[in-house]
Structures are given as structure tokens and as C-alpha cells.
Design a protein around this ligand. Structure first.
Ligand SMILES: Nc1ncnc2c1ncn2[C@@H]1O[C@H](COP(=O)(O)OP(=O)(O)OP(=O)(O)O)[C@@H](O)[C@H]1O
Ligand SMILES: Nc1nc2c(c(=O)[nH]1)N=C(CO)CN2
Length: 178
């Protein structure tokens, strides 16, 4: 089997049910071979208006011979392994893995397929995605319908109290032995 072209993806993982750190650790372990960088773990107030417990979130940069669909389906497998159920939109979950953006040979992949919208259409409004992303890639940019924007500029455009609520709380355990 020949490997496909290398793609680079930004993934966001979140959890607010059960052992939040353990759930996020499964994501970093699964992507150990493709991992370019992973942020610290951030405690984040729930986004989206549903009254629920705070989340823990991380953002990962991964690179490997995977199509955008493959990054999504690996994330879905991890959600299933965490016994993720879909009850309330933007509601509580053991584990959520979102594909924020994918690039191939330096070109951003655009998709309006509802099964995989790229870049993620709500990423620019989410401090819980952008703040950890800027930590691991301060020069990062995000394609939006209004143009390509530095992630730091998108953060500056959010409500200050929303950004201030996104607070680093832990490092995930190292995934590789030396
Ligand atoms: N970029 C993307 N990343 C992850 N899932 C996506 C993406 N684009 C579309 N989807 C689709 O969204 C569906 C619902 O995902 P999910 O239940 O995680 O939504 P949500 O986390 O509640 O809301 P949001 O999409 O706003 O993060 C998934 O089945 C998936 O096919
Ligand atoms: N802080 C935070 N809020 C959320 C999150 C998340 O990961 N973090 N995921 C959601 C599911 O769409 C809805 N709201």
C-alpha cells in the first residue's frame, strides 16, 4: 500500500465528562507518531450556551500521510472509545475531537461538505481552540470567509472575559519514551 500525500492538521480535543485528563491523553497517545506539537491542557468555560461543567481542551498540530477524512475518522474512533454519546448540541461529552484546519503542500483545504467542513466554521469564535493553538504556533493563521487571519488577531477580537476564562491547568504526560 502506498502512503498518500502528507497533510498537516490542527485538531482540537475537549472533554467535560468523566476523567477529562485521561480522555485527552488518549488523543495525544493515538497521534503520537504524527504529533508536531500539543498545547498545555486548558480549563475552559462551556461555549455555546448550554449550562454544564467546564471543559478541558487541548489543541494539537499533527502531520502525516492522511487525508482530511482520515483525520476526522481517527478522531471519531477516539470519541467512540470514550463512549461518547450525542445528546445535546454543544452539550456535555466525554470526548470531542474536531478538525480545525488541514493543509496540503502549504495550501489550505476548503470543504463545505457537512460531514467535514474545513476549516471548522466555528473555530474563529472559540477561545478554547484559538488560545491553545496560539501557544504552540504563535504565527498561525486561519482561513475564514472574510480572509486569512492571524490566530492572535482572532483572539484579540473575542470578548476579553471569554479569553481570560481559558486558563492552562496541566501538561499532558509525555507520549514517547526517550
Ligand atoms: N471540521 C470538523 N470537525 C469535526 N467534525 C465535523 C467537522 N465538520 C463537520 N463535522 C461533522 O460534525 C458532526 C457533529 O459533530 P459534533 O457532534 O462533534 O458537533 P459538536 O461538537 O456538537 O459541534 P461543533 O461542530 O460546533 O463543534 C460530525 O459527525 C462530523 O461529521
Ligand atoms: N469550552 C468548551 N466549550 C464547548 C466545547 C469544548 O470543547 N470546550 N465543545 C463543545 C462541543 O461542540 C461545546 N462547547
Amino acid at each position: 500500500m502506498t502512503a498518500g500525500p502528507t497533510t498537516r492538521a490542527v485538531l482540537s480535543a475537549g472533554s467535560n465528562v468523566g476523567d477529562r485528563l485521561a480522555h485527552l491523553t488518549t488523543v495525544v497517545r493515538r497521534f503520537a507518531d504524527e504529533l508536531v506539537a500539543v498545547s498545555r491542557v486548558y480549563a475552559t468555560p462551556p461555549w455555546g450556551g448550554v449550562d454544564q461543567d467546564d471543559f478541558y481542551n487541548v489543541t494539537l498540530l499533527v502531520e502525516g500521510p492522511h487525508t482530511p477524512d482520515e483525520w476526522l475518522s481517527i478522531g471519531a474512533e477516539l470519541e467512540q472509545a470514550a463512549d461518547r454519546t450525542r445528546e445535546v448540541r454543544w452539550g456535555p461529552r466525554t470526548l470531542d475531537v474536531d478538525v480545525i484546519t488541514v493543509s496540503m503542500a502549504g495550501t489550505v483545504v476548503l470543504s463545505d461538505d457537512l460531514r467535514l467542513q474545513l476549516p471548522h466554521p466555528r473555530a474563529a469564535q472559540r477561545a478554547f481552540v484559538l488560545v491553545p493553538w496560539a501557544e504552540i504556533d504563535p504565527e498561525a493563521t486561519l482561513w475564514t470567509p472574510d480572509g486569512v487571519r492571524p490566530v492572535t488577531e482572532l483572539i484579540a477580537a473575542l470578548a476579553p472575559e471569554e479569553v481570560a476564562g481559558v486558563v492552562p491547568v496541566a501538561d499532558l504526560p509525555a507520549v514517547r519514551s526517550a
